[in-house]
Design a protein around this ligand. Structure first.
Ligand code: ATP
Ligand code: MG
Length: 429
C-alpha cells in the first residue's frame, strides 16, 4: 500500500535542499556579523503560550493551530508551534537569560505549523528563519534589523523586494485609534465578511488584515493609525524613518499594515515581492514591547522578524532561470584621465564584493550607456574630465532613473551604502 504525505506538508529532496542550505548558510553569515546567537526551542509548546501571546482573535489561534490533548496532564492542550517569537520569549523568561545579560540578540530557524489552505508559497508545515532582539526599546535597533534583512537579501541575490513600514502605536495611543477605526467600521458593517463582522468589536484592527476583497474595499479610506500616534510613538517612528532614510533603504509607508498577531506595537514592517502572486510577503516583523511582561517576565522591550523559507527559495529558483546575474555598477568614463581614476576604484569595489564592469578602450558616452542598459546594471557612475576637476561624479540609479551627484572621494562608501553586498570572505579588504 502506498502512503502519501499529509496535505500541506512537503519533502525537500536532494537537488532542492542545496538551495535551502545556501539560504541558511548566508543567514548564519549575516547573523554573525550583527552578533546574533542561535537559540533552538521546542516544536511543541503548551497551547496557552500561543493563545496568550498571539491573541485569542487572531486567525492563527482561532483556526490554524495543530492542537491536541496532553496525555500526561488531564485537561491540558499542546500545540505545534505556529511561529517562533512566543517560544523564544518563553525560553528567555524560563532560563532567566535576562539575569546574566538583559539584551539578547537571538535567531532561530525551523519548521512552523499552521492549518491554512495550502497554495503556492503557503504550506501547513513551513520553515521560518527569525530574529529577536530582547531588551532594547530604542529605534536604532529597529533600523538595525531592517538593515540586517536588507544585507541578507543582497547577499543571497534578491534585489527587488519592497519594504513597507508602519507603526501600530502603543497601549497609550492605540485605544484611541481603535475607537476611531471602530466608529468607521460600524458604518460599514454590512460590507464586511461574516468573520470580520463577528470579531470587529473585539479586535477591529484585524479587519484591516483580512484577505477578503470586500473587507479591503470597505476599509479603503479607514482612518490611518499614523494620525493617532502619541508623542513618544511618533518620535520613535520618526527616528526609525530617518535612520532608514540615511542608510539609503527605500521604503513605503503602509498604515494598513497591522500584522496578523496581537503582540505587535510601534514599528511593524513587511518585505514583499511582486513576483510571488498572492502570497507576496517574504519577511515580516515588528516590535512587541509588552510581550515579555505579559508572559510573566520582567518588563523587557522586544523586536524581531521572521521570513519564510519556501517563499525565499521560490524567488531564488525564479531568479536562476532569469539569466546571468545582474551587475551592481557599470562605470562610464570619458577621457584617459577618467580611465586612470576609474581603474583602481573598480578594483577596490570588486574586492569589497561588488559586481562591476568598465571598458578598457575609449567608447562614446552613448555606446557605454547602451551597454549598461544591456547588462541590466543597478547603477551607472559617469566620470569625465569635468567631473574629475570638480571631484564629483554622476550616479544614476538605473531602476528609478534617478540621477544625482556624488563626491568622487566618497564614491565607494556611497555605492556600498546603496548596494550593501558583502565582500568575499577570502578577500582581505
Ligand atoms: P501571510 O500574510 O502571508 O499569511 P503572515 O502575516 O501570516 O503572512 P507571519 O506570521 O508574519 O506571516 O510569518 C512571517 C513569514 O513566514 C511570512 O512573511 C511568510 O514568508 C512565512 N509564512 C507564514 N505563513 C506561511 C505558510 N503557511 N507557508 C509558508 N510560509 C509562511
Ligand atoms: Mg498568515
Amino acid at each position: 500500500m502506498k502512503i502519501s504525505k499529509v496535505k500541506g506538508f512537503s519533502d525537500i529532496l536532494p537537488g532542492e535542499v542545496e538551495l535551502w542550505q545556501f539560504v541558511e548558510e548566508k543567514a548564519r553569515e549575516v547573523f554573525a556579523r550583527y552578533n546574533f546567537a542561535e537559540i533552538r526551542i521546542p516544536i511543541l509548546e503548551k497551547t496557552e503560550l500561543f493563545s496568550r501571546s498571539l491573541g485569542e482573535t487572531t486567525d492563527i489561534v482561532e483556526k490554524e493551530m495543530y492542537t491536541f490533548a496532553d496525555q500526561d496532564a488531564k485537561g491540558s492542550l499542546l500545540t505545534l508551534r505556529p511561529e517562533g517569537t512566543a517560544g523564544v520569549v518563553r525560553a528567555y523568561i524560563e532560563a532567566e537569560l535576562y539575569k546574566v545579560e538583559p539584551v539578547r540578540r537571538l535567531f532561530y530557524l525551523g519548521p512552523m505549523f499552521r492549518r491554512e489552505r495550502p497554495q503556492k508559497g503557503r504550506l501547513r508545515q513551513f520553515y521560518q528563519i527569525g530574529v529577536e532582539v530582547l531588551g532594547r526599546g530604542d529605534p536604532f535597533v529597529d533600523a538595525e534589523i531592517l538593515l540586517l534583512l536588507n544585507d541578507f537579501f543582497w547577499l543571497i541575490g534578491l534585489d527587488s523586494l519592497t519594504l513597507e513600514l508602519n507603526s501600530l502605536g502603543c497601549v497609550q495611543c492605540r485605544p484611541r485609534y481603535r475607537e476611531g477605526l471602530l466608529a468607521y467600521l460600524r458604518e460599514r458593517t454590512g460590507k464586511l465578511c461574516p468573520n470580520c463582522q463577528r470579531r470587529m468589536e473585539r479586535n477591529p484592527l484585524r479587519v484591516l488584515d483580512c484577505k477578503e476583497q470586500g473587507c479591503f474595499e470597505a476599509t479603503r479610506h479607514a482612518p490611518s493609525i499614523l494620525d493617532y500616534l502619541c508623542e513618544e510613538c511618533r518620535n520613535h517612528f520618526t527616528t526609525v524613518e530617518r535612520l532608514v532614510h540615511e542608510t539609503r533603504l527605500e521604503y513605503r509607508l503602509n498604515p494598513r499594515m497591522v500584522r496578523g498577531l496581537d503582540y505587535y506595537c510601534r514599528t511593524t514592517f513587511e518585505w514583499t515581492s511582486s513576483r510571488l502572486g498572492a502570497q507576496n510577503t517574504v519577511a515580516a516583523g515588528g516590535r512587541y514591547d509588552g510581550l515579555v511582561e505579559d508572559l510573566g517576565g520582567p518588563p523587557t522591550p522586544g523586536v524581531g522578524f521572521a521570513m519564510g523559507m519556501e517563499r525565499l527559495t521560490l524567488l531564488l529558483e525564479m531568479k536562476e532561470t532569469q539569466g546571468p546575474a545582474r551587475p551592481d555598477l557599470y562605470l562610464v568614463w570619458v577621457g584617459p584621465a577618467a580611465r586612470s581614476w576609474a581603474f583602481p576604484v573598480v578594483h577596490r569595489l570588486r574586492r569589497r564584493g561588488m559586481r562591476v564592469e568598465m571598458e578598457g578602450e575609449e567608447k562614446s558616452l552613448k555606446s557605454q550607456m547602451r551597454r549598461a542598459d544591456k547588462l541590466g546594471v543597478s547603477f551607472v557612475l559617469i566620470v569625465g574630465d569635468d567631473e574629475l576637476k570638480r571631484g564629483r561624479g554622476i550616479l544614476r540609479n538605473m531602476d528609478t532613473k534617478e540621477q544625482f551627484e556624488v563626491s568622487l572621494q566618497r564614491v565607494e562608501e556611497e555605492l556600498l551604502a546603496r548596494k550593501p553586498v558583502m565582500h568575499n570572505e577570502n578577500c582581505k579588504v
